[in-house]
Design a protein around this ligand. Structure first.
Ligand code: ATP
Ligand code: MG
Length: 585
């Protein structure tokens, strides 16, 4: 993405503020036009004074005061206009930053898990914060200073040519030197700048990963090792950064030198022109003032180019995330068929995470409404992967998955996910209150409904023991709760969601025997009226299932009821005997 294209994207993000953008641009043009008036009037005053040195005092004033009134008029216009520009540019930049942030978060939240797992949340966070900060700065500085600076340059040079073309040539050469130097350094540093940004993103990813695993780092005494990794990336940032800084330092020195030489040239050339009667003192004064304005604008534009080159990779990263098209989205004819009856069918489903190795190979099964299907098998057999396809965390490469006879790709995603309640293998919780976490699936649930769900999930006792009961904040990922408590909360949350299809991924694995027994009873009650797909490691859950699939390396190797499978004496019997000491069953 080139500079201009990036800039175009930035302007497009102005959205509904584009009209204000135009008004501010117009105000900037006016300010730039007014800017040249001051040196011209100043020159006129000096010329008027030098011509009328022998006139009486009141006559001198009668020549000078109209010029002063015009000067005051321009001054007032500049003050009002620049205050309005500063105020509205600030408001616009802040407002658009929040819009851009919202747009980014919404986009990332819509990206399917397949894309989310590729990028660390720390990296996404860094791209969001730095990207929106850069956008904010670009809008603000563009409307406050840089647009006016660029327009002034475009306006001042023809005027300078008009006033005295010989002196103006010096200014034109100066502008060309500045443009060349800036272009040269931009070309030299572009690649390095991209490297710097990518190292910065690595740094953000590593820091975020480290900070979210403090317990692990402390228990493995890895503090120094982690700091070393951090230090290594910082070194890489600095190694790439220093040459860029040096290049820009060279440009600054060269620009300053060019300005000093140009001033000298203007003065020497001005004196010579004066001796030849080709210029007045007023014109020289006007010109030196002009040159001063042009120098400061040129320095501003070079500073802007420098900042743009630093920020371009940040913006590119930001737009790259926004441009990631969600691989899983509603098809154009997607429908919302309402509440499902609960008939689930997998037909010859093949799925691979990396398109090389199959995680699921020709998986087929049917779960009739209200029935329970249990998936058992070794770790890594593909059980969680299989069920994640049902709520379209991923799409299979071939085969079909249907609910009530309708392919799940024909459902609106929200309609599909509304019909499925998932208790994940690791309970996923927000750093919010217990009540907020419970209401995720049912935002309008009353306090009584919350309590009733917690009673059924055996969660009420521990919630009431918390300092603030249902209002207790449970920390990042529910860190302040035990593993079993987190699981019971996620079960209560699913009870509140009341979906017709349930997916339970080892929901009972972290509970003590007593709690587990009562929880299983509660789950049984919920499961009765729903189709349930359960990844079961517990004997009691496996026994209750209407149908059991034994999986190995992504394939179903045995299937049937508990008794049928156990009597076959195959893989299932071996697993049961190994795990549950059922040799005498
Ligand atoms: N997001 C992912 N990206 C790439 N590969 C993955 C991903 N999730 C799982 N896998 C791989 O797919 C295979 C099946 O994993 P899956 O989580 O489905 O196993 P499982 O049967 O649920 O195991 P467990 O009983 O340990 O939970 C494994 O080899 C795993 O490494
Ligand atoms: Mg699993």
């Amino acid at each position: 993405m080139g500079f201009l294209h990036l800039y175009y994207r930035v302007v497009k993000l102005l959205g509904s503020d584009q009209r204000l953008g135009w008004v501010l641009s117009f105000a900037n043009v006016s300010l730039a036009c007014v800017l040249f008036a001051e040196p011209i009037i100043f020159g006129r005053v000096i010329d008027a004074l030098s011509r009328s040195s022998n006139l009486p005092r009141f006559e001198i004033w009668s020549v000078v005061w109209p010029l002063l009134v015009i000067w005051i008029g321009f001054g007032l216009f500049t003050i009002v206009c620049s205050t309005a520009v500063a105020l509205f540019s600030d408001q616009l930049a802040h407002r658009r930053r929040h819009f851009a942030l919202g747009e980014y978060v919404e986009h990332v939240l819509h990206l399917p898990l397949a894309q989310q797992t590729k990028t660390h949340s720390g990296r996404l966070m860094k791209i969001m914060l730095q990207g929106t900060d850069t956008l904010w700065w670009l809008w603000l500085s563009f409307f406050r200073e840089h647009l006016a600076a660029m327009i002034s340059l475009i306006i001042l040079i023809p005027i300078a040519l008009y006033i005295n073309w010989r002196l103006a040539l010096v200014l034109i050469v100066l502008c060309l030197v500045f443009s060349y130097l800036t272009h040269f350094v931009l070309r030299k540093t572009q690649g390095l700048q991209q490297q710097i940004e990518s190292h910065h993103s690595d740094l953000a990813e590593l820091t975020s990963d480290t900070l979210s695993n403090i317990a692990l780092i402390q228990s493995f005494s890895r503090i120094q090792i982690e700091l070393n990794s951090l230090h290594q990336i910082s070194q890489r940032v600095l190694m790439a950064q220093f040459p860029v800084l040096s290049w820009w330092a060279v440009v600054t020195v060269l620009c300053r030198t060019t300005i000093t030489i140009s001033i000298l040239c203007i003065i020497v050339l001005g004196v010579w022109l004066f001796t030849q009667s080709l210029i007045t003192i007023g014109e020289i004064v006007t010109f030196v003032a002009f040159a001063g304005i042009i120098f400061s604008r040129l320095e501003q534009v070079v500073g802007f180019a420098n900042k743009l080159s630093t920020d371009a990779p940040r913006l590119k990263e930001f737009f790259d995330v926004l441009d990631t098209a969600p691989a899983i989205k509603d098809s154009p004819n997607a429908i919302d068929p309402g509440r499902s009856k609960g008939l689930v069918e997998f037909h010859q489903v093949c799925f691979s995470y990396n398109r090389q190795q199959l995680a699921l190979d020709q998986l087929s099964f049917v779960v009739k409404p209200g029935q329970t299907l249990a998936l058992v098998g070794a770790s890594g057999a593909g059980k969680s992967s299989a069920l994640s396809l049902l709520y379209r965390a991923f799409d299979p490469q071939s085969g079909s998955i249907k609910i009530d006879g309708l392919d799940i790709r024909q459902f609106q995603l929200t309609a599909l996910r509304r019909n499925i309640g998932v208790v994940f293998q690791e309970p996923l919780l927000f750093n919010r209150s217990i009540a907020d976490n419970l209401r995720i699936g049912c935002p309008h649930a009353s306090d009584e409904e919350l309590r009733a769900a917690c009673v059924r999930a055996q969660a009420l006792d521990f919630i009431e023991q918390q300092s603030d009961g249902f209002n207790t904040i449970i920390g990042e990922r529910g860190r302040t709760l035990s593993g079993g408590e987190r699981q019971r909360l996620s079960i209560a949350r699913i009870l509140l969601k009341d979906a017709p299809i349930l997916i339970l991924d080892e929901a009972t694995s972290a509970l003590d025997t007593l709690t587990e027994a009562s929880l299983i009873a509660a789950l049984k009650e919920v499961m009765q009226s729903r189709s349930t797909l359960v990844i079961a490691h517990r004997l009691s859950t496996i026994r209750e299932a209407n149908h059991i699939l034994v999986m190995d390396a992504g394939q179903v190797v045995e299937s049937g009821s508990f008794e049928e499978l156990y009597q076959q004496g195959g893989r299932f019997t071996k697993i049961m005997q190994q795990q549950y000491s059922l040799s005498n069953l």
